[in-house]
Write a protein that binds this ligand. Structure first.
Ligand SMILES: [Zn+2]
Length: 156
């Protein structure tokens, strides 16, 4: 994906956000054949992040904002279902696309503060034993479905 394609994919970005978006090289170089989704924190604006999924073959992304001050205790990331210490999980909200967003509607969910769910679900995976493989695959599938559902709730 080129930077312009990333910009165009963001369904809930304001013109200003689109313009100031900085796309890390890793996102431009992302190999979509091996990725379920990409998510990254904005390197310049603290508390802002982005997630992009393929939706019916079309890259669809949303701008996220982290609420300041995470939960005081450990909490579950709603995307990858990893239990995280309070400082590594954050409530992210996304303004809904279109008219709903203009009315101020938003959706929110707890996510890993570094938006590293794609990696975290794999890191948490136990090594090898083949009987465990199925449950790991289910977690990875579940993570993808939850990201898709979240993006869907922003679009719809
Ligand atoms: Zn997570």
């Amino acid at each position: 994906m080129t930077e312009d394609q990333v910009r165009a994919a963001l369904v809930n970005a304001s013109p200003d956000e689109r313009e100031r978006l900085s796309v890390p090289l890793a996102v431009v170089l992302a190999d979509w054949d091996h990725l379920d989704f990409v998510a990254w924190p904005d390197p310049e604006t603290r508390g802002r992040g982005y997630v992009i999924v393929e939706r019916e073959g079309v890259p669809t992304g949303v701008v996220l904002r982290a609420a300041s001050g995470g939960p005081s205790r450990a909490a579950l990331c709603n995307i990858c279902h990893t239990m995280q210490p309070g400082n590594q999980v954050a409530l992210f909200t996304a303004r809904r696309a279109g008219a709903a967003g203009e009315r101020g509607d938003s959706v929110g969910t707890y996510m890993c503060a570094d938006l590293g769910c794609h990696e975290n679900v794999r890191l948490a995976a136990p090594l090898a034993p083949s009987e465990m493989r199925a449950s790991v695959d289910r977690r990875i599938d579940g993570t993808r479905h939850r990201v898709e559902a979240f993006v869907e709730s922003v679009v719809a």
